[in-house]
Write a protein that binds this ligand. Structure first.
Ligand code: ATP
Length: 430
C-alpha cells in the first residue's frame, strides 16, 4: 500500500488534500494524471451504462437539496455511525471498528453515541437557524429519485428503465483511512433501475453480471472480487436482497461496490413526504403502480484504488527490476508517449513533434517526453502505466530507405519493439 501511495504522489496521480497547510483528514486531490485516470473510469462507466443502452437516462442533479429529501429517505434520522470517545485523550473512534481500549493511549472509552455523518451547512443570507440548514448530499441516489417524475414526463420510458448519475457525495466519516478507500469527500456512480415488482430477480441478476463486466473492462482483477450476499438478518428493512462486492485491498477484504433491491421504499417515501405522485403508468398492462428499484452503486475512488492494486506490478526487464502499472488502453491516463531518439538532433526533434502533434489530434491523451535517455523514459512511462512508447529515430528520417516514415513502438508489458508506419500508428494505440 505504501508503495502505491508513494507512486501516486510522486508521479502526479493523487496528493493529500490541502497539503501545504498540513492536510485535511479524509480529503485527497487528484493531480494531472489522476484526473485523467478518474475521467477515463467515469467515461467508461457512462458509456457502458448510459450511452450504449437505450433503457438508461443520465442526470446531473444539484449537490445541495431540499432537506426534506433527506428526511424522507431516512438519512436525517438514521444515517449514523456509533461513536466512542476516549476519556483520556478525547480521540474519537467508530464503536463497531474499535478495540476495547483506545488504540492511541490505552484510555477507557465512554458511552457509545450515535453520530450523523451528513455535513450540514447554511443556505441564504439569513441568521443561522434550523430553517436554513441544508446538507451536502451523502449519496447521489437522492438526486435521481427526486427527478424520477421529470424523466418519466419528458421521455415516457418503458419498463424496465434506469436513471444514472455520477457526482460528488460527502460523509463526515468518523475514521477516514486507507488512502482513498474511506474519505469524507468522494465521488459515486449510481443507478436506480426501475422494474415491475415481478421482474426484480431477473434484473438483479443482469445487474450482478453488469457490475462484474464493468470491473473487468476497467481492469480490476476479477479473481480478487468476492460477492457477499448480505444475510437476511443484516439487510436494511426495505431491502429484499443486497450483494456487497468486496475486493482484496492491501489492507484486507472490504466493500468496493454494492447492489441492492430496494423494493418501492424510496419512491413511496418521497411520494408520501412531497405529495408528488411518483407512480408510473405501465402502458403494457394499463396498470398504475409504484415501481420497484434495483440499485447498483459504485464508488469512483474505491474503483481507482482497486484498479491501482490490480495494476501495480513489479518485475524484471533486461536484468533490471522495474515497477509498472498494467493499465489497459481504455483507462490509461496516457495512451502513448512520443520521443525523439536524441534530444540534441533538431531534425529528429522536428519529426517527433510532427508525429506527436498528428497523434494528439486523434488521441488527446498522448504525451511528449525528451528528458534523459530512452531507457529512463521507458521506465518513467512504465511507472505511470503508458501502454506504448513511440520513438522517432534516424530510420524514420530515411537513413534506411525502406524504413522511412516508420517509428518504433514499444509494448509496456513485454518491452518488445516493432516498426510501424506512421500512418498506422493511431490504430495501433487504441
Ligand atoms: P462502508 O460500509 O464501507 O462505509 P457503505 O455500505 O456505507 O460503505 P454505500 O452507502 O453502499 O457504502 O455507498 C455506495 C458506495 O460508495 C460504496 O460501495 C463505496 O464504493 C462508496 N463509498 C461509500 N462510502 C465511502 C467513503 N467514505 N469513501 C469512499 N467511498 C465510499
Amino acid at each position: 500500500m505504501e508503495k502505491i501511495v508513494s507512486l501516486c504522489k510522486r508521479r502526479g496521480f493523487i496528493y493529500p488534500g490541502s497539503e501545504i497547510y498540513g492536510g485535511l483528514s479524509g480529503t485527497w486531490d487528484y493531480g494531472p494524471l489522476g484526473v485523467e485516470l478518474k475521467n477515463n473510469i467515469k467515461q467508461l462507466w457512462w458509456r457502458m451504462f448510459v450511452q450504449e443502452r437505450d433503457d438508461m437516462y443520465g442526470v446531473d442533479a444539484a449537490i445541495l437539496m431540499n432537506p426534506e429529501v433527506w428526511k424522507a429517505s431516512g438519512h436525517i434520522e438514521g444515517f449514523q455511525d456509533p461513536l466512542v470517545e476516549c476519556s483520556k485523550c478525547k480521540r474519537r473512534f467508530r464503536a463497531d471498528q474499535a478495540e476495547e481500549k483506545c488504540p492511541e493511549c490505552g484510555g477507557k472509552f465512554g458511552e457509545v453515541k450515535q453520530f450523523n455523518m451528513m455535513f450540514k451547512t447554511q443556505i441564504g443570507a439569513v441568521p443561522e437557524d434550523e430553517a436554513s440548514n441544508v446538507y451536502l448530499r451523502p449519496e447521489t441516489a437522492g438526486g435521481i429519485f427526486v427527478n424520477f417524475k421529470n424523466v418519466v414526463d419528458s421521455f415516457h420510458p418503458k419498463f424496465p428503465f434506469g436513471i444514472a448519475q455520477i457526482g460528488k457525495a460527502f460523509r463526515n466519516e468518523i475514521a477516514p483511512r486507507d488512502f482513498i478507500f474511506r474519505v469524507r469527500e468522494m465521488e459515486q456512480m449510481e443507478i436506480e433501475y426501475f422494474v415491475r415488482p415481478s421482474g426484480w430477480e431477473e434484473s438483479f441478476e443482469e445487474w450482478r453480471k453488469a457490475v462484474l463486466g464493468y470491473f473487468e473492462a476497467v481492469g480490476v482483477t476479477l479473481g480478487n472480487i468476492h460477492e457477499l450476499d448480505v444475510p437476511a438478518e443484516e439487510l436494511a428493512h426495505y431491502s429484499k436482497r443486497t450483494i456487497d462486492f468486496e475486493f482484496d485491498f492491501p489492507f484486507g477484504k472490504k466493500e468496493l461496490s454494492g447492489l441492492a433491491y430496494r423494493t418501492d421504499f424510496d419512491l413511496s417515501a418521497h411520494t408520501k413526504a412531497s405529495g408528488a405522485d411518483l407512480t408510473y403508468l405501465d402502458d403494457a398492462t394499463g396498470e398504475r403502480s409504484m415501481p420497484h428499484v434495483i440499485e447498483p452503486s459504485f464508488g469512483v475512488d474505491r474503483t481507482i484504488l482497486a484498479l491501482l492494486t490490480s495494476a501495480y506490478t513489479e518485475d524484471e526487464l533486461g536484468g533490471e527490476p522495474r515497477t509498472y502499472l498494467k493499465f489497459n488502453s481504455a483507462v490509461a491516463p496516457v495512451k502513448a508517449a512520443v520521443f525523439p531518439l536524441l534530444k540534441n538532433k533538431p531534425e529528429l526533434v522536428a519529426k517527433a513533434r510532427e508525429v506527436y502533434l498528428m497523434l494528439k489530434k486523434q488521441i488527446p491523451q498522448v504525451m511528449w517526453d525528451d528528458n534523459g535517455n530512452i531507457g529512463k523514459r521507458y521506465r518513467r512511462q512504465d511507472e505511470i502505466g503508458t501502454p506504448y512508447c513511440i520513438t522517432v529515430d534516424f530510420d524514420t528520417l530515411g537513413e534506411t530507405a525502406n524504413l522511412k516514415d516508420t517509428v518504433t513502438i514499444r509494448n509496456r508489458d513485454t518491452g518488445t519493439q516493432e516498426r510501424v508506419s506512421i500512418d498506422n500508428l493511431a490504430s495501433r494505440i487504441v
